[in-house]
Design a protein around this ligand. Structure first.
Ligand code: BGC
Length: 758
């Protein structure tokens, strides 16, 4: 049937109206249910909903388990438990809440499912190098599905802290240094975790963290101070949080750091002015592990009671493991220092999420021992992890087409990570089995090529002074035609509180590489690590380098796929690799300074630079090679001028001129030449992942609108300004393929009121 426009419009209105009324009536039902419940709750029970304890089932990242937590639970004084995993185990705790407390309010179960639950995917920094939003959404979906099969319904991810300092170990948990890409990845991960409905059995409520600016921790030392302009906060650190919340993220975690003198956990500006008032967030806010109590050593609270007062008044709904809400909120209300309404609202926010998860209908819906047996580590999940791992890898060097491995060659596989099944899972592997399940590189290669072509030597440890394995390694290398070295970091050299000041390969690994290089055999280096490393000698001297990050359960198989050419690598770096630690923080979208250094103008001695090293990175953001060769040509813009109603159409021709089919991540950057606040030298504004068969070409099109040119000005209005822009397209952030355009009008955000710290 052909609909005329009036029929179509009526139909559309009907759909919108019924859609809206359904949601409205569902919300009304929920509100009624929760208000009725709150009416029946004592103050102690309301406070109970704001209390979260670890069960200690898995690794804990702060002070130890409170031995009395089960006693509190029985008294209805606990709203949630984290680090409790397993259908039976979580059921046993839920049973206490449901059957032994006065109102039987179910618990919410939280857990750090950072890159998989049982089937472990690459570390998030690795995943981000795929630039593949669909794949990352799928990885989060699988993680949620496996976690819910083991009793978990609340996941402490995505971690969206923009990270520009590779000394900081937690760069491994995030999506790298870029705001635009980081925001898209944040949203994709939230969608993957939460699916279409929180009430489905295989979805969880996500918890975006760590709010806010944790990634800017001074000197890359974990938990350290953060001090930055509000302009930087809004332009760089907040957007991925906003993107997560826009994607529907139900909860948010405060960060450990202080921000401009005020700990994030007691920061009204972050938690009330921005989160509740400006962004209308209606989920709940949880602290990081004892971060309320930590306001005491921060020098912001006198004692625990004071810290509870500050946190509740700042807008924190739930206290993770601190015990201070449980111990002090009641007295604080009696003393008039905290309002009962705020505590009721906090309890309401928590109860709403429990309602949305369907816990009031069936508190045991996630404690399904049958699903726990069938839904984890399935062949399908492992295949997805293998695919994600391949997509995450970045080919940093491939001189004279060293890789892929040639069929007739004898291969020496050498290095402390070549047979490893333990480190390969990376820094936060939840319930991932490190001992038996993961596929090592050795296993992956033997599976792909058979063991008669492969000889092995460990050579050295990841970190020790012991060189006694060198001779054997050199002998094995000398008897082969080709050497694959597998080297890197311990998994726990990155992740929480695992910062480093030296970013080279630990121990004697570099010495071993040098010894192997002397054999004259071609050498490919495969790296497993949780952060960018300073690998200058390696870049100079290796024939090929594959950055594999910590690739997870199927890592060895995925590495074999790439080494053998079954998969053509397509990943691109999402964090800059520095030449040395002294250059840090080093990131592509820095400002130009008043004295930008021009290497072509050596007369200009006072350009911003170092005495001993150039300003260039070792590898720039967006960089990554393929076995094939992509070339760009014919950049055209639809106009030299852009307005609100005339977005820019950008076209460029991409040619796969090599011998392999492959994927290229085509990147679009802009530079705003003059702004009311200084603008970065380049900003990513779009990308496309394009598959081209060998010899094929394609016209790639981007559309750029005025909204892509917005930024927060000095008064924190979200604006675009008229002026001249450069536009760049290419295969990494260092691309020189450029065109210019002009924007002829200005625009402001709808809510131009500047926000000031109160
Ligand atoms: C970490 C968080 C984590 C929490 C719960 C903290 O130490 O900073 O990222 O979610 O512990 O395990």
């Amino acid at each position: 049937m052909k609909l005329n426009w009036i029929t179509s419009l009526t139909f559309l209105c009907f759909i919108l109206f019924t859609g809206c009324t359904n949601t409205t009536s569902e919300n009304a039902e929920m509100d009624k249910f929760i208000n009725d419940l709150l009416d029946r709750m004592t103050l102690e029970e309301k406070i109970g909903q704001t209390v979260l304890y670890t069960s200690g089932y898995d690794v804990i990242t702060g002070p130890t388990v409170d031995p009395d937590y089960k006693e509190y639970l029985k008294k209805g004084m606990v709203g949630g438990i984290f680090n409790a995993v397993g259908a039976d185990y979580t059921r046993s705790l839920q049973k206490i809440a449901v059957e032994e407390t006065r109102l039987g309010i179910p618990l919410i179960f939280g857990y750090d499912v950072i890159h998989g639950q049982r089937t472990i995917f690459p570390i998030p920094l690795g995943e981000s190098c795929s630039w593949d939003l669909e794949a990352m959404e799928r990885s989060a979906k699988i993680a949620a599905s496996e976690a819910t099969a083991e009793g978990v319904n609340w996941i402490y991810a995505p971690m969206v802290d923009i990270s520009r300092d590779p000394r900081w170990g937690r760069v491994a948990e995030g999506a790298g240094e870029d705001v635009y890409l980081g925001s898209l990845i944040a949203a994709a991960r939230v969608k993957g975790f939460q699916g279409n409905s929180l009430s489905d059995n295989n979805t969880v409520v996500a918890c975006v963290k760590h709010y806010a600016a944790y990634g800017a921790t001074m000197a890359g030392r974990d938990y350290n101070t953060v001090d930055m302009s509000l302009n930087e906060l809004w332009n760089t650190y907040l957007p991925p949080f906003k993107a997560s919340l826009d994607a529907g993220c139900g909860t948010i975690m405060t960060s450990f750091n202080d921000l401009n003198g005020i700990p994030a956990t007691g920061n009204k500006y972050l938690l009330k002015d921005i989160l509740r008032e400006k962004w209308n967030f209606n989920g709940f806010v949880v602290t990081d592990y004892t971060s309320i109590n930590e306001m005491i050593p921060h020098g912001y609270a006198r004692d625990e009671k004071h810290s509870a007062e500050i946190a509740m008044n700042a807008g924190v709904d739930m206290d993770m493991q601190g015990g201070v809400y449980m111990n002090h909120l009641k007295t604080l209300i009696e003393e008039g220092k905290v309002s009962e309404k705020d505590v009721t609202d906090a309890a309401r926010a928590v109860l709403k999420i429990k309602y949305k998860l369907g816990l009031f209908e069936d508190p045991y819906k996630y404690c399904d021992a049958k699903r726990e047996k069938t839904d984890i580590l399935t062949a399908e999940n492992k295949e997805a992890a293998r695919d994600m791992a391949r997509k995450s890898m970045v080919l940093l060097k491939n001189d004279k087409q060293t890789l892929p491995l040639k069929e007739d060659k004898r291969i020496a596989l050498i290095g402390p990570l070549a047979k490893d099944q333990y480190e390969i899972l990376g820094c936060w592997s939840a319930m991932g089995d490190r001992d038996t399940v993961p596929v090592s590189v050795y296993e992956g290669l033997v599976d792909a090529l058979g063991d008669n072509r492969i000889s092995y030597a460990k050579g050295c440890d990841i970190q020790s002074d012991d060189t006694s394995g060198f001779d054997e390694a050199v002998r094995v290398a000398s008897n082969a035609d080709f050497v694959v070295m597998v080297m890197g970091e311990f998994h726990n050299m990155s992740g929480e509180n695992n910062s480093r000041t030296n970013l080279s390969l630990p121990g004697v690994q570099l010495d071993l590489l040098k010894a192997i290089k002397k054999t004259g055999k071609p050498v490919a280096l495969v790296l497993m690590n949780g952060r960018p490393l300073t690998i200058n000698w390696e870049k100079e001297n290796m024939d090929a380098i594959l950055e594999a990050w910590f690739p997870g359960t199927m890592g060895g198989a995925a590495i074999a796929d790439v080494l053998t050419g079954k998969y053509n690598p397509s990943g691109k770096l999402t964090m800059t690799f520095p030449q040395n630690v002294g250059q840090i923080p080093l990131f592509y979208n820095h400002k130009n300074t008043g004295r930008p250094f021009d290497p072509n103008d050596p007369q200009f001695a006072y350009g911003s630079k170092y005495w001993d090293v150039s300003n260039e990175p070792l590898y720039p953001f967006g960089y990554g090679l393929s076995y094939t060769t992509f070339t760009y040509s014919d950049l055209t813009l639809s106009s030299k001028e852009m307005t609100k109603d005339n977005p820019l159409k950008i076209n460029i021709k991409l040619v796969n001129g090599g011998k392999y089919d492959g994927e290229e991540i085509v990147q679009l950057y802009i530079r705003d030449l003059v702004g009311s606040v200084t603008r970065p030298v380049k900003e990513l504004k779009g990308f496309k992942k394009v598959f081209l068969k060998a010899g094929d070409s394609e016209n790639i099109e981007f559309i750029l609108t005025v909204d892509d040119l917005r930024f927060y000005d000095a008064d924190l209005n979200y604006i675009y300004e008229p002026g001249d822009f450069h536009l760049f397209v290419g295969g990494n952030s260092d691309t020189k393929i450029k065109a210019d355009f002009t924007l002829n009008e200005s625009g402001r955000s709808e809510k131009p009121k500047p926000i000031k710290i109160k």
